[in-house]
Design a binder for this molecule. Structure first.
Ligand code: PBG
Length: 325
């Protein structure tokens, strides 16, 4: 059947018809909202390159978590800005570190909210790299021990899930093994499995004060040209015990999300990263595009490509919009 018998426009005619045949539905259930936490009290420090995003202290983070929960968003992911940085990022696994304290404060206030913690060294090291250095290179194997310690300290504070974002080889296995050995068999691992070396992390590095002090992350994060390699990375993380696998960034990597969704029967998360957020905010501020429509189109596209969970700075705005629709 072809034109004029078949007319695709018949099912686009009214909003109710469009709703009836819609293939992808967004819901706040799929969102994970990122929070940046720093020491102190009563802090709500705006991040210039990410309008609407703030560095928070543990008390304001708990208030924010409450708001997130009340909007029907099931999860937050925490990033920490420590008091002081050193060569080995030792604040990252301090029992009373900034993330550990924020996890406790959030869990006190919202016990049912899923609390995920980012596990990485870049915010905690004086050099800003995601692992310990040997000379000017990030040394993989000694970093694993530190990452495992960080994960356990987050689990001890009450995190439901840890999310290693460092891209060291073998980190998921090292973390899983240590969590089990320390009595946390039910703490889940969401692995940043296919994390590309991307220009779109720029605003995050301002928010998290985590820019590398020399060089870049190309020796550990993935080359944007590679798709098959993403499948290998994901295979490895699943074999090492990842419960959720992630593709990051999202927008320039929708093909990767789709391939991963088709190849693996595992929950697939995508990270709608800081630069993707900043682009829309900046264009909207200039009156160059409609912020709400662009936001929903992008989130829909990530979901349609195959992401089951979306980490996004738009989570609260999108949840509000979905509730009013
Ligand atoms: C830490 C980390 C980064 C992001 C999440 N975890 C930055 C980086 O790898 O440099 C980026 C998130 C974003 O841009 O929103 N390694």
């Amino acid at each position: 059947m072809w034109f004029p018998q078949y007319r695709p426009r018949r099912l686009r005619r009214t909003e109710h018809l469009r709703r009836l045949v819609r293939e992808t539905r967004l819901s706040p259930d799929v969102f994970i909202y990122p929070l940046f936490v720093r020491p102190g009290r009563g802090i709500r420090q705006p991040v210039a390159s990410m309008p609407g995003v703030f560095q928070l202290s543990r008390d304001t983070a708990a208030m924010e978590a409450q708001e997130v929960r009340d909007l029907g968003i099931p999860a937050v992911i925490l990033f920490g800005l420590p008091e002081k940085k050193d060569e080995r990022g030792s604040e990252a696994y301090a029992p009373d570190g900034v993330v550990q304290e924020a996890v406790r404060a959030i869990k006190d206030r919202c016990p049912d909210l899923v609390v995920i913690t980012d596990v990485c060294l870049c915010e905690y090291t004086s050099h800003g790299h995601c692992g310990v250095l040997r000379g000017r290179e990030v040394d993989n194997d000694p970093t694993l021990e530190i990452l495992a310690r960080i994960a356990v300290s987050h689990a001890q504070a009450g995190a439901d899930m840890v999310a290693p974002s460092d891209m060291m080889d073998g980190r998921v296995g090292a973390i899983r093994e240590r969590l089990d050995a320390e009595g946390f068999p039910l703490t889940a691992v969401m692995a940043y499995s296919a994390k590309y070396c991307s220009a779109f992390y720029g605003p995050f590095r301002e928010a998290a004060e985590s820019a590398p002090q020399f060089g870049d992350r190309r020796a550990y994060q993935m080359d944007p040209a590679n798709a098959r390699e993403a499948l290998r990375e994901i295979q490895l993380d699943i074999e090492e015990g990842a419960d959720i696998i992630m593709v990051k960034p999202a927008l320039a990597y929708l093909d990767i999300i789709r391939r991963v969704r088709e190849e693996f029967d595992w929950p697939v998360a995508a990270y709608n990263v800081s630069g993707e957020y900043a682009m829309i905010k900046a264009a909207a501020a200039n009156g160059w595009l409609d912020e709400q429509r662009a936001m929903m189109e992008v989130l829909m596209a990530i979901h349609r490509a195959g992401a089951d969970q979306i980490i996004t700075y738009f989570a609260k705005d999108a949840a509000r919009l979905l509730a009013s629709a």
